[in-house]
Design a protein around this ligand. Structure first.
Ligand code: S3P
Length: 452
């Protein structure tokens, strides 16, 4: 390593002929973050089974420990959070490092908004570019004192008096904004109401109910009365649909016997990709399985499929927001044109996912048109030969983009190099092992990236 290069990870992926096998993907990231945070402010013990051991969730865990919450791991992998109670968090000795995790930073802003102490939230280079005013602005209306640097991290959450309830119409469809406001609403006097412009993931509402909090519905609004205490509970985290998504697309575009994915979370506010892939003609069988908690789950069976391009229905965009990069890979393998609009939020994720995916598709010879809020992709079905040329794509440190291009290798004419893949550990540490287990030819190496 020297001043103009950095040590990073890269993947070399050779086109594999066929996939087959049965896997379980790791626990859901959104649910794991929330289980830790809600457990941290609950009264009593919260036991989390199926917790996602990833860098993002470890950032949340470490931050809670810094705020005085006792957290233990049992030998069987269960995480035990000894709740500090509604007033029990204490000032951390230094800044709280959220790493790459937007969910952690935004939800902590709400969780810390009405405390009697100051907190500073920092993150990595990617997180430091992401917008935080969408959370800071409604929290300030509630009486929180929050400072951002030009709207981005670091974020300072100052000590505040008791917060005021808010009636808030969210300008963007964001579960993180909704969740941050609901966490602040717990600390507020009066009943708050949050209205979302389109349905977004509802893990916060479901899990708050499991912790004994009354969460109401009022038309398009979620209502919550302040001052309610959380009671520690048991959380059973299902497999992450967003991680399963890579294997759903892989199983549909490859040849072979297909794949079985066990115990995948099937919350309908997360499974938009299933509807999109079904409309594209994917052969996916959903077998519901008994769920211990409030989050449904299923075993999924996907078989090689002849995909067709579609116009993605706008209401499915927030319900598939994290899966759209891998949906582009499916589109590149489909007959005809796939057209996505209304997805400008992709520009403010871990990377600008529209620009970075477009650059990767261009590098692999896929005809596409980048739009301000989406993409049009002209696909090549199996009968027309490979959908991608071999080549090099830069994931820009975005975990989901790295995994999406690994999946593209299944229909590539030659080897792919996927650069800057270390951040896959933020959401899906065993991705490489599972990809290999079902037949992908993927080798992981250290690489020197000049000027990175
Ligand atoms: C998340 C919400 C979504 C999603 C993110 C996780 C959550 O973000 O993209 O990966 O856990 O609430 P937005 O709220 O910004 O849409």
């Amino acid at each position: 390593m020297n001043a103009t290069s950095t040590r990073t990870r890269q993947w070399l992926v050779n086109p594999a002929d066929a996939l087959a096998g049965e896997i379980s993907v790791p626990g859901d990231k959104s649910i794991s973050h929330r289980a830790l945070m809600f457990g941290g402010i609950a009264d009593g013990l919260t036991r989390i089974a199926g917790f996602l051991e990833s860098e993002d969730c470890r950032a949340t865990l470490a931050a809670l420990q810094s705020l005085g919450v006792l957290i233990e791991r049992s030998s069987d992998g269960e995480v035990r959070v000894h709740g500090a109670g509604p007033e029990g968090l204490r000032a951390a000795a230094g800044p709280l490092d959220m790493g790459n995790a937007g969910t952690a930073m935004r939800l902590f802003m709400g969780l810390l908004a009405g405390r009697r102490f100051d907190s500073t939230l920092v993150g990595d280079a990617s997180l430091t570019r992401r917008p935080m005013e969408r959370v800071a602005a409604p929290l300030r209306r509630m009486g929180a004192r929050i400072e951002t640097r030009d709207g981005r991290p670091p974020v300072v959450v100052r000590a505040a008096d008791t917060l005021r309830a808010i009636d808030f119409e969210m300008p963007v469809a964001s579960a993180q904004v909704k969740s941050a406001v609901l966490l602040a609403a717990l600390q507020a006097r009066g009943t708050s109401r949050v209205v979302e412009p389109a349905v977004t993931r509802d893990h916060t509402e479901r899990m708050l109910r499991a912790f004994g909090v009354a969460v109401g519905r009022d038309g398009a609004g979620v209502t919550l009365a302040g001052g309610q205490a959380l009671r520690g509970t048991r959380v059973d985290v299902p497999g992450d649909f967003s991680s399963a998504a890579f294997f759903l697309v892989a199983g549909a575009i490859a040849s072979g016997d297909g794949l079985t994915l066990r115990g995948v979370g099937m919350n309908p506010t997360r499974t938009g990709l299933l509807q999109i892939l079904s409309a594209m003609g994917a052969d996916i069988h959903v077998q519901p399985v008994a769920a211990a908690g409030e989050e449904p789950r299923a075993d999924l069976r996907v078989r090689p499929s002849a995909l067709r391009g579609i116009t993605v229905p706008p209401h499915l965009v927030p319900l598939s927001i994290d899966e759209l990069p891998v949906m582009f890979i499916a589109a590149a393998c489909a007959e005809g044109v796939t057209d996505l609009s209304g997805a400008e939020e992709l520009r403010v994720k871990e990377s600008d996912r529209l620009a970075v995916m477009a650059a990767g598709l261009a590098a692999l010879g896929v005809r596409h048109e980048l739009k301000p809020d989406g993409m049009r992709i002209w696909g090549r079905p199996r009968t027309d030969g490979p959908a991608f040329q071999g080549g090099r794509v830069d994931s820009h440190g975005d975990h989901r983009i790295a995994m999406s291009f690994a999946v593209a290798s299944l229909r590539a004419a030659g080897p792919l190099a996927v650069l800057d893949t270390a951040n896959v550990a933020t959401s899906f540490p065993p991705f490489v092992a599972l990809a290999r287990a079902v037949g992908m030819d993927l080798e992981e190496t250290d690489a020197d990236v000049p000027g990175a």
